[in-house]
Design a protein around this ligand. Sequence first.
Ligand SMILES: [Zn+2]
Length: 263
Amino acid sequence: MVAKYLREPGVEIGAFLTPIPNIKPYYVDRFESYANQKTLADYFGDACALPFQDSSLNYVAASHVIEHVANPLAALKEWYRVLKSKGIIYMVVPDRRYTFDRPRPLTNVDHIIEDYHRGVTQVDGTHIDEFVFGVDWTLFSPATSPDKVEEEKRTMADAYRVDIANNREINIHFHTYEPESMVRLFEKGCAALKLAGKIKILEVLEKFPSNNPIGFLIVAQVRKPWIEQLKSSVAKRRATYPLRQVPERFNSLPRVRFEWKTS
Ligand SMILES: [Zn+2]
């Protein structure tokens, strides 16, 4: 799958300890280390703020990332920006039906469009209760003894609220996805972005990858009008390629409260 679609140069966002095999991307992460483990980060950035020039990359890959993004359409817009025309978005997304998100409702695409228009950032408390009280805690935190679960939920929700009150970014599964809802997000959501070009889905594969089949794969292709391509090639001649200045907000790395496990 990777060989069919991904040609360097590209970026993988948030690879942490499980990078996508058989590619040699620039690694972008929000953290230098996470839960006492070093990330692969070549550059700091995140899904919504990538340190690359416009139209500079052949692919953006992100596995188990988009559910952590509070404003997924802002991320798609950013991915569109850094991709060349015919560049590929390669995204593995946990399927709500097979993860600890199972008891949570499926996020409505209109809600995500609204998040985009509201300019939602990672400092967003909208989904704290739905996440903390909605996930299946036997899967989310198997180590927590059943008689402690209710107390833990309250402690966790309160801690997130303190973060939000202090303008700190939080790390939860903001939204839930299934293959069909993601396809709708690409169709309806991308129309809301009013891009000069298009993002077209090429492939949807359920139960992907086979060694951790709790997710699905979306492969999509960006098409840009020639004028947009031309503008970015002029800009590129003037700028250092492909490194762009690290966004201001990454100078102090936000702290996080849970580590999402793929097993
Ligand atoms: Zn939301």
